[in-house]
Design a protein. Sequence first.
Length: 366
Amino acid sequence: MGLYTFNLLRAIFSLDKENEYHIFYNARRRLNAPEFKEYGNVAVHHFQWPNRFLNLSLRFLRRPKIDKLIFDEKRCDLFFMPNLNFAALSLDTKLVTVVHDLSFEHFPECFSYKTRLWHRLINPRALLYRADHIIAISEHTRDDLNETYQVSASKMTVVYPGLTIDPGDNAYGDDGAVSASLRMIGSNYILYFGALDARKNLESLVEAYELYATDVGNKGSLPNLVLAGARGSATLRLKKQIAKSKLRDKIFLLENPSEEEKHYLYLRAALFVYPSFYEGFGFPPLEAYAHSVPAIVSSASSMPEVCGGAAFLVNPWNIVEIKEGMRIMLNDTALRKKYIEAGKKRLEQFSWQKCAQEVLQVFKKL
C-alpha cells in the first residue's frame, strides 16, 4: 500500500496546483516518510500518539476528529484514505476511501490473528457506509463490495492504479553481482512472484509442475521452478511439499527477495505463472509483461480483467489445466511472442498520471 499511496499522491500533487493538501500520519518515532517539499501546496503533519491508543480511541470514542487535529479553525473539505484504516471525522468532512480487495473476508486463514482482529476493529462495513465515495481498484473489487457489503454501484468508481517498473535499471544485471543462491537457479525457468499465501494456490502449481515433468521425461531438459515472494501463510506447507518432491532439486523457494532480486528473477525467466484463487487487482503479471515474460494466469477474480487478453488463462482449480498451460507456453514460440507483444500493449492502460486524473475527478464531484 505504501508504493500505491506514494505514487498516487505524487501524481496528484503534480497535476493539482490549486487545492491545499495536508498529509496526516501518526508514529511515536519520526518515520523516513516523504515530505513532498517540492510542492508548495502540500504540508505534512506528523503526530506522535501511541498507535494502539489512537486506533482504539478512533474506533470506540470517535475521538479525536482527525480533521480537527490538523486544522484549528479551517474546515477540511475532503479526507482521502488510500486504504481501509481507523478514522473519525467531523460530519461536514467528506470521506473518500480506496478499497484494494476483500481478501480478509474471503481468505481469513491467510492472515495472522492480529491482522484479523485489526480488520474486525476497523469495521469495513461501517467505514464504507460513512464514506461519501469509494474508489475500487478494479471492476472485480467493485462487484465484490456490492455483493459482500451491499455497497451501491453509484457510490463507487473504478480507478486502475498505475505501474512503476524500470526493468532496464537493474542492479543485478551482471551475474557476478548476485548471491550464490540466485546464480544456482540459472535462467529460463518457470517463475512465480508474489506473496507466499494460501490463496495464491502455490501447492497446486508445484503439483502441476510435477505433472509437467512426467510429460518432459528427461529431467535435464526440465526448466526449474522458482517460487519467490514475501513469506506468507503457505510458506511452511510449501517447504514440506518441496522437501517430499522427487523434483526438490529443481524447485527453488525464495523468501522476501529485494527489489533488485525481483528484477533479476523476472529478467531471466522463460515463463511466469500466477494461478491465484483471488486478487483484487494483481500486479505481478503486469510486472512480467514489463520484463517481456509471457504469463499464465488464473481465470478467477480480477485476473482476466487486469490482464486484458494478454495472458494465457487457466482454471486455478484444475491442476491438469495449469500443467497444460505450462507445456503449451514453453513450447509454442509463436504464441509466446503473441502474448509478449500483447502484454507490452496492455501496460499502456496503467499510468499514475491517468490514475491521478481519475481520482481528482472523484474529488471534484463531491
